[in-house]
Design a protein around this ligand. Structure first.
Ligand SMILES: Nc1ncnc2c1ncn2[C@@H]1O[C@H](COP(=O)(O)OP(=O)(O)OP(=O)(O)O)[C@@H](O)[C@H]1O
Length: 372
């Protein structure tokens, strides 16, 4: 709800931040969540003075300032890349500040959009629609990286922890290990893409570069860390063949990033337009009575994967799908259509065990099962 900070933030707003909270750290950098004077929450990233990178350099060379500069180079590189690679699935850079800190002059702090770390276990418990959003975000990001103004960018360190979620969208945050140069080669034996579970040999182009190696490295990583877990599991059954083909083709690297994205966009279209429902059994003998401007305050049951803990809140394309869902749940006797929608525009619906108490609510419509 807080206003978004404008671009080009510098040092002044950092002097009056409030509620600083440690978010996380890696090898080199530490991240803090702070509130700016205007109320917006942002992430501040700086070299971690107690981090592994700085610590091991100081132990080896005993040169604190020099070691700081070496580590800060990674943060600087990341900042430049965030700026040059601007995209909805690249974390937004709001600004930066150079200031003296401890005994080191001109330490760098970057100010970016705040995200939430990607927790795989948590993602596996969310709806297919939300998991698909993450895979589509990733597909769009990889397409952007493959066709970026800098050339085809590959993420050498590609793990879920390099990404964060911002309002359900996946965004890359850690870009210090990004590389643009393709691998030079004399023959295809120089073009081996190695992963822990398998290797791929790519062609060596006439110009002496391993063809598509950067984008394929990203793609296989997307497959092994994200697609294989998030795409097929509990998807609408009519979309399964298409989703399986995306998982298989990325796992075998038979498609490039362009084809992968176009297939992901096709899934989005089929899902958003309701075409995936074509073969579903909309023909139910049950009848439902419509009670406009009303809701059922209690009589909840739990279902999976509900958007709400303790009640059954699911998204549907239309009324027919809501009826189908209610018919498929043994406890369901009624449902309440809300005016809230998901990121694809689907309506959120509460499913209920009964309708002994119906109360007025101008933003909802109740449907009660009357026969069948
Ligand atoms: N904008 C952000 N919002 C919320 N959390 C973030 C943000 N940026 C980074 N993080 C979290 O902070 C952690 C450390 O950040 P980052 O990955 O940039 O540091 P690093 O030292 O480069 O780590 P690594 O050792 O993985 O390379 C990340 O794992 C991520 O979970």
């Amino acid at each position: 709800a807080s206003p978004c900070p404008g671009p080009g933030l510098g040092c002044p707003p950092l002097r009056n931040v409030s509620g600083a909270q440690y978010v996380g750290s890696g090898y080199t950098k530490a991240v803090y969540r702070v509130r700016l004077p205007g109320g917006a929450a942002v992430a501040l990233k700086a070299v971690d003075f107690s981090g592994h990178d700085l610590g091991s350099c100081v132990r080896e060379f005993g040169a604190r300032r020099g070691c700081y500069r070496l580590a800060a180079h990674k943060l600087l590189k990341e900042m430049v890349l965030l700026e040059r690679l601007r995209h909805p699935n690249v974390l937004q850079l709001y600004g930066y500040c150079y200031q003296d800190s401890e005994d080191i002059p001109d330490t760098l702090t970057t100010i970016t959009e705040l995200g939430a770390p990607v927790e795989m276990i948590q993602l596996l418990q969310t709806s297919w629609e939300d998991r698909f959003r993450i895979c589509l975000s990733l597909g769009r990001l990889l397409h952007h990286l493959a066709h970026s103004p800098l050339g085809s960018v590959t993420l050498l360190d590609f793990r879920p922890r390099q990404f964060v979620l911002v309002d359900g969208e996946l965004k890359v945050t850690d870009l210090d290990d990004a590389r643009v140069e393709e691998t030079p080669c004399a023959s295809s034996t120089d073009c081996i893409l190695e992963f822990p579970a398998r290797n791929f040999t790519l062609p060596c182009s006439a110009q002496g570069w391993c063809e598509g190696m950067n984008e394929k490295r990203n793609l296989y990583n997307a497959y092994r860390f994200f697609f294989t877990y998030l795409l097929p599991h509990s998807a609408p059954s009519s979309l399964r063949p298409l989703l399986d083909s995306i998982v298989n083709a990325t796992g075998e690297l038979t498609w490039g990033v362009d084809e992968t994205l176009s297939q992901l966009e096709k899934v989005l279209h089929l899902f958003k337009s309701g075409q995936y429902l074509q073969n579903s059994s909309a023909s139910s003998s049950a009848e439902y009575q419509r009670l406009p401007d009303s809701t059922i305050p209690r009589e909840d049951y739990r279902c999976w994967p509900s958007y709400h803990h303790g009640s059954c809140l699911l998204s549907v394309f239309n009324l027919a799908e809501a009826v189908d869902v209610c018919e498929s749940h043994a406890q369901c006797r009624a449902f309440v259509l809300t005016n809230q929608t998901t990121w694809t525009g689907r309506k959120l619906v509460f499913f209920k065990t009964g309708w002994s108490q119906v109360v007025p609510d101008p933003n909802k419509i109740t449907y009660v099962r009357t026969s069948g």
